[in-house]
Ligand binder design. Structure first.
Ligand SMILES: [Zn+2]
Length: 213
């Protein structure tokens, strides 16, 4: 599949290489849950998550509502426990591969929380967050891997991404996503030859450090 997605200089994903937005255009829904990255920050990290709202249910608007502070606590018992959260991610990839953007990559999305990677805390500062619609006990779809890999290639063309990790890597005591059903091997193979699968605390992740000199 030809990768016709690209990231603009201001960090917006477009799915056309000729500037004409097609019917498949990436939907941008602005989340208020973002702010400026610290001055001079280079984006070097990609963080993969899973999310579904209500948990384990796919296809609804819960994630969009959460990221835009419109989740109605009375709609579901779980919503009542999270409705005050101010969170976001840059991207959300649905089960059928449909991709939504909530925060321009140039800005800091609020997806990582308390976090640390390679002795550096506050991973939101220097990362891009991608949420896959899913859960810790469901395999992800082929369409999601295809789109995720294409998006990763676009992001690498714009930013010097050195590592791709799961939320579990950067917040191991709090988070388990993207979970045991996420295939780092399948993802690495789709991303390409420079994507090297390695391990941290027995958890696989992807690094490009050997290719960056
Ligand atoms: Zn997460």
């Amino acid at each position: 599949m030809k990768n016709i997605m690209r990231i603009t200089a201001d960090g917006m994903l477009q799915d056309s290489d000729n500037g004409i937005r097609s019917a498949r255009s990436i939907q941008f829904i602005a989340s208020p849950n973002c702010d400026e990255r610290p001055e001079g920050t280079t984006i070097t990290l990609l963080v993969i998550h899973n999310i579904s709202l209500p948990p384990g249910e796919f296809g609804g608007n819960g994630v969009t509502e959460l990221f835009t502070n419109r989740l109605q606590p009375e709609k579901h018992p779980y919503y009542a426990t999270i409705s005050g959260l101010k969170v976001s991610s840059h991207f959300f990839i649905r089960r059928d591969g449909e991709t939504m953007q909530f925060v321009p990559c140039s800005l800091r999305a609020w997806h990582a929380g308390l976090s640390c990677w390679r002795n550096r805390t506050r991973c939101n500062d220097f990362s891009i967050g991608i949420e896959l619609e899913g859960s810790d006990d469901t395999p992800f779809t082929d369409a999601q891997y295809t789109v995720l890999a294409a998006l990763t290639q676009c992001l690498r063309a714009q930013y010097p991404i050195a590592d791709i990790v799961g939320h579990n890597h950067i917040a191991p005591e709090r988070k388990t996503d993207p979970g045991p059903y996420f295939s780092w091997r399948a993802y690495a193979e789709l991303v390409g030859t420079k994507a090297c699968m390695t391990q941290y605390a027995d958890q696989p992740y992807i690094t490009f450090r050997h290719a960056i000199t």
